[in-house]
Design a protein around this ligand. Structure first.
Ligand code: GAP
Length: 488
């Protein structure tokens, strides 16, 4: 039987998914038509959170370091790009179908999940034996052997409960479409499965026009598409998603030093954003991709276990060399310091914006019970919280709304502020807690007398009285990216 999440993990993930939907973070795509598997839309607060996370990553890369610049390359690329990168020939997953339920699975995931059951039961030896066998079979591209392993282990389909399996086949994950106005002219192009290749093919353009010297990096944020066989766990594995990738070009021979330094820098970044140390771990790859001479993942302890959030790969000169070969255009850099032409080696850091979003949501989701009353709030770092402050007049009369509007006017060009006057103040506080607003500013009758307001702090629910003139500085101080950058 394939592994299922434990009831507790399931419940936690379910709570987070329904919270995300109910409070405007994430909805299933085209939900009125019953949704589209593994595709999601971001709502009013979701898009703010995602944009903040992307901006934080972008500014970390391009502002805190002088030697990284950005680009925005197209999703469609010349089809030879994907031949050169190896995606046409080897961007495959082994798939298997259950003939009774007609459900499709990734064959390797079925075995890995089965091994995880043994691990959970404390039988590490059996778990290791299974994953070892699987690795050998995949290395040898022995798909018949993988099927036999599934049968020998008695792995059944979670839906039908049978082991009536098809053969294991390789399945290319790239989506293709046709370009050209008439059918005869049409040629197959792909929706990019990673943003990295847009950086590689622009390496010389950027190096020359931005006058960069090795070592230097190129950063990019953009959509990527993969026809994932197993699309589960909410926005963890989607068919359309966003990547934030940075390729750092270095002198050959120095790549492993840079690899270590980037691994450390990226882990520091996650910690600076407030992710607890014990919820993060590094996982070195034993089986390296065809282009890498070292690789690791940064994993986060999601409700469904430790899973990859970010990959750091030492990609050697594989991509540039391959593009040189296929395009017949030299991809060399002249290094004046050593008086040599060479193809640079590359360290890549690659993080999914949606996975970082899910990490942030899981990490922020907090349930507390006090005096038998449950309180749910999202404890986002103020720098990435979707709304920075809510301005709330205590009543709808006596000039309080007008005064509150004046405060909104004062703050709204620098921060995402909401104004709310409906419902009791307690209910309005609760609503802001549920979307993770760090500050609630209450305007009351005293405000009209002395220009002071109360600030309620989301995490402690403590309130303090401050002058209106202090508000801008207080919010700026708490929400500035600077606080995060200073920890890097
Ligand atoms: N250029 C290297 C590359 O694409 P990857 O490990 O396949 O490497 C990098 O992907 C990151 O992209 C992952 O760590 C993950 O955060 C994100 N990612 C990959 N596939 C994804 C998917 N189907 N849905 C959401 N995020 C995904």
């Amino acid at each position: 039987m394939a592994k299922k999440e434990t009831p507790a993990e399931n419940a936690q993930l379910k709570d987070i998914i329904s919270h995300a939907k109910e409070y405007g973070f994430v909805y299933p795509s085209s939900e009125i038509y019953d949704g589209l598997q593994a595709v999601y839309d971001y709502g009013a607060y979701g898009v703010e959170l995602k944009n903040n996370l992307k901006r934080l990553w972008w500014e970390t890369m391009t502002r805190t370091r002088e030697n990284i610049v950005g680009i925005d390359s197209a999703i469609f690329m010349h089809p030879t790009t994907w031949k050169a990168s190896g995606h046409v020939d080897s961007f495959n997953d082994p798939m298997i179908d259950n003939k009774d339920s007609k459900k499709r699975y990734r064959a390797d995931v079925l075995v890995e999940e089965h091994a995880a059951v043994f691990e959970r039961e404390g039988n590490q030896e059996k778990a290791d034996e299974l994953t070892g066998k699987l690795a050998k079979l995949l290395d040898a591209e022995d798909l018949e052997g993988v099927k036999q392993l599934i049968i020998d282990e008695g792995i059944t389909c979670p839906i039908s409960g049978t082991s009536n399996w098809t053969d294991v086949r390789q399945f290319n994950l790239m989506f293709s479409t046709q370009v050209g106005s008439v059918a005869e002219d049409a040629s197959t192009i792909y929706l990019r499965p990673e943003t990295a290749q847009g950086i590689f093919v622009n390496f010389l353009n950027v190096q020359k026009t931005a006058r960069m010297k090795v070592p230097f990096g190129i950063a990019q944020i953009g959509k990527a598409f993969r026809n994932e066989i197993v699309a589960r766990q909410f926005i963890f594995r989607m068919r359309e998603f966003e990547q934030m990738e940075m390729q750092f070009f270095v002198r050959p021979g120095t790549e492993l030093e840079w690899y270590e330094s980037w691994a450390e820098a990226r882990m520091k970044w996650h910690l600076a954003l407030g992710t607890p140390k014990e919820k993060l771990r590094k996982h070195d790859h034993e089986k390296l991709a065809h282009y890498a001479n070292a690789a690791m993942d940064i994993e986060y302890d999601f409700p469904f276990g430790f899973k990859e959030v970010e990959g750091i790969h030492s990609r050697t000169d594989f991509d540039l060399k391959s593009h040189q070969e296929y395009s017949k255009k030299k991809q060399q850099y002249f290094d004046p310091e050593v008086n040599q032409n060479y193809i640079p080696y590359v360290i890549e850091t690659s993080i999914g914006a949606d996975r970082l979003f899910l990490l942030s949501l899981c990490n922020a989701y907090t349930e507390e019970t006090e005096n038998e009353k449950k309180r749910v709030y999202l404890k986002f770092h103020p720098a990435v919280a979707p709304v920075k402050a809510a301005v709330l007049p205590l009543t709808k009369k006596d000039g309080l709304p007008e005064k509150a509007r004046e405060i909104v006017e004062e703050l709204k060009y620098d921060f995402n502020i909401v104004y709310e006057e409906a419902a009791s103040i307690g209910k309005r506080y609760t609503r802001q807690d549920l979307i993770g607003t760090p500050f609630c500013i209450a305007v009351d009758h005293q405000t009209l007398e002395d220009n002071t307001v109360t600030i309620r702090h989301r995490d402690t629910t403590e309130q303090e009285r401050v002058s209106i003139s202090e508000l801008h500085g207080r919010i700026a101080e708490a929400t500035s990216f600077r606080r995060i950058f200073e920890k890097l």
